[in-house]
Design a protein around this ligand. Structure first.
Ligand SMILES: Cc1cc2nc3c(=O)[nH]c(=O)nc-3n(C[C@H](O)[C@H](O)[C@H](O)COP(=O)(O)O)c2cc1C
Length: 172
């Protein structure tokens, strides 16, 4: 690619990042295990994929530890956060190094050995059922095998680089 084209692509990527700030999303922490080591990564690029079979998808940057765990085919869990769990989101995005991310939070382990957040809004347990590399990221398809739901809906939302609740109360 010519330097001019590269510059154009970089500008477009910056514009895209800016554009994506308008797409509000529930904040989740994706969890997995690889060879006995636990992984946790804050994520919003998660979507429902299919009802038959029940499946979702998560887009994971190939630079992340989570990518190593999922590309090995390990099971994972999507833990949608509650409105008061902003600190956990920050811990699993940048604040804490990978080995310390389970020091805070009500983490439990599923029968299949995957960590999940016991007081999450919802924890959706998945087996990997396919993946697709695209540019910097990989789309992982999770075939759902178990769901643990909270009895109320009060998720932590992310919009324009800030945290909100469903009542639009600005969190930070
Ligand atoms: C609100 C929020 C949403 C994020 N969503 C994603 C996402 O969907 N996919 C992703 O790969 N990284 C996402 N990130 C960035 C990762 O959380 C971050 O790069 C990750 O902690 C890297 O993990 P590692 O240090 O273990 O490699 C998000 C970060 C924040 C703060």
């Amino acid at each position: 690619m010519s330097p001019k084209n590269q510059q154009g692509q970089k500008k477009l990527a910056d514009e895209m990042k800016n554009a994506m700030r308008s797409l509000g999303a529930t904040v989740s922490i994706v969890t997995s295990v690889k060879e006995g080591s636990r992984y946790a990564m804050t994520a919003t690029a998660i979507s429902s994929l299919s009802f038959d079979p029940p499946a979702l998808l998560v887009c994971v940057n190939q630079n992340t530890g989570m990518h190593e765990a999922l590309s090995d085919g390990n099971d994972f869990c999507v833990n949608a956060l509650n409105s008061h769990q902003e600190e956990l989101s920050e811990n699993c995005a940048w604040k804490l190094e990978a080995g310390k991310r389970f020091n805070e939070g009500n983490w439990k382990t599923s029968k299949s050995g995957i960590p999940y957040l016991a007081d999450a809004q919802v924890s959706i347990h998945c087996h990997i059922d396919g993946s697709y590399d695209y540019g910097s990221h990989t789309i992982f398809i999770g075939k759902i095998h178990n769901i643990i739901n909270a009895d109320h809906i009060d998720p932590l939302l992310y919009l324009n680089g800030e945290y909100f609740t469903r009542h639009s109360e600005k969190k930070s």
